[in-house]
Structure formats: C-alpha cells, structure tokens
Write a protein that binds this ligand. Structure first.
Ligand code: SAM
Length: 219
C-alpha cells in the first residue's frame, strides 16, 4: 500500500499525538471533552488488562503508533515477544525511542501495512489493534490479515471509532480528522461491527464508550 494521506496526516500530528491521546494537559483535556465527551483512558486500560503481565507468547500490536498507551504495560511483560508495527515511520520512531531507552530486547518495532502483514498464518497468540481501524484505508483487508496471522484460540483485542453513536463526535471526525488524513472513511456502525466480529470469531465480548467500540474476540 502507498498512502501518502495517512503518512502526511500522522507526520503532522506525531509530535502532539501523545498529549492529545493522554488528554492530561488542560488544553488537550478540553479538546478531548468537546470531541469525544470523555478524557480518561479507562477503555484502553481495561483492554490491556486482558493480557497478563507474565504472558509468554507472541503479540502483534498493529497499529502501535507511538506506544504511548502500551509502553508501561509492555515494560512489565518481560516474557512476551512483542512486535510493534505501524505504517507511519514518524509515529513508530517515537515508539522505538521509547522502548530503546528502556533496554527492551523482547520488543521489536517494524514499519508495515496492516493490509499486507509480513508474517505467516497463525503466528501470533494475541493481536492488539487500538485506535487503528478508523485510520486503515482497506478495513476488510485489515480484518482478514489480522485473522490470518492469529493462532486458533488466539485473542484479537482492540478498539476504534464507530459512526452513529455521538453526533458531535461524528461532526468533528468528518470535518477535521478525515480532512487531515488521520481518519479514513467509510466507518462502521455499532451494528455492522458487532455482526462482523460475531460472524468471524467464536467468542466475543463487545462494548462501547461513546463513539469508541471495544472488543475481545477469540478465534
Ligand atoms: C490513532 S493512531 C493509534 C496508535 C496506537 N494504537 C494508539 O492507540 O495510540 C493510528 C495509527 O494507525 C496507523 N496506520 C494507518 N494506516 C495503517 C496501515 N495501513 N497499516 C498500519 N498502520 C496504519 C497510523 O500510522 C497511526 O499511527
């Protein structure tokens, strides 16, 4: 895949991404509250709780972004082999620096496309995909590829923006984030994504926080 809009979009925000996603500083807190209606990161903490700190399998984190939501967890996971993959070099460079500064040799950062994951079938015990599907240009291909590289009984854990839950959020996505290249339509509705996950995975747990759908699925 060659997608300049995504590369450009994430290049331009990579230096403020961590502040934006954490929403701890006052300005970013206000922005997050207006756009999303909440500022806490409880949804990502709850998802990561489904991976044990002493987990000793292989994990693919795609898209890993800057690693801001995951690095504290990953630093505790000394027995796991973790592949952090992202399309944007600018985002991934920040993750790389973050992990290298912490002497982690079980974590590897690799540039790559979710639509063409460079691993064999059934390689990973867990695939984590937080806040990625609303950015991926070919979402069906991304679902296919993630399922392909996941082992049977493996877990697919993730979250992303869905349309039709909060009107104000939908308006900001359409008028700002699609234009700057950080979100790529078409977006799923809650019903569409629930049906899809239930059809493709044998066990699912699905819930939402505002416009964010969260899920844990067993293949
Ligand atoms: C909103 S960030 C999420 C990063 C991280 N998971 C988080 O929650 O902070 C979305 C990421 O998706 C990446 N991305 C977009 N299209 C991609 C693709 N086709 N393959 C891999 N990563 C992609 C972008 O480069 C960006 O870093």
């Amino acid at each position: 895949m060659k997608n300049d809009a995504i590369n450009k979009g994430y290049k331009s925000i990579s230096n403020i991404y961590d502040d934006y996603i954490l929403s701890e500083k006052l300005l970013f807190k206000i922005i997050a509250k207006i756009i999303w209606g909440f500022t806490d990161k409880e949804y990502s903490i709850k998802l990561l709780e489904n991976i044990a700190d002493d987990f000793s399998g292989k994990i693919l984190d795609i898209p890993a972004g800057t690693g801001i939501l995951t690095y504290e967890k990953y630093l505790r996971m000394k027995n796991a082999k973790i592949i952090c993959m992202d399309y944007s070099k600018d985002m991934l460079d920040i993750a790389k620096e973050r992990f290298e500064n912490n002497n982690t040799n079980n974590i590897e950062c690799r540039q790559g496309d979710v639509g063409d994951i460079p691993f064999e079938n059934e390689t990973f015990d867990t695939v984590l995909s937080m806040n990625g599907f609303h950015a991926f240009p070919d979402k069906e291909k991304a679902f296919y590829e993630i399922n392909r590289v996941l082992k049977n009984n493996g877990l697919f854990i993730g979250c992303f923006y869905i349309k039709g839950k909060v009107k104000r959020t939908d308006w900001f996505i359409k008028n700002f984030f699609v234009k700057d290249g950080t979100f790529t339509p078409p977006f799923y509705t809650e019903n569409e994504i629930t049906e899809k996950l239930n059809a493709e995975y044998k066990e699912t747990k699905i819930w939402n926080k505002g416009s964010i759908i969260c899920f844990i699925c067993k293949k």
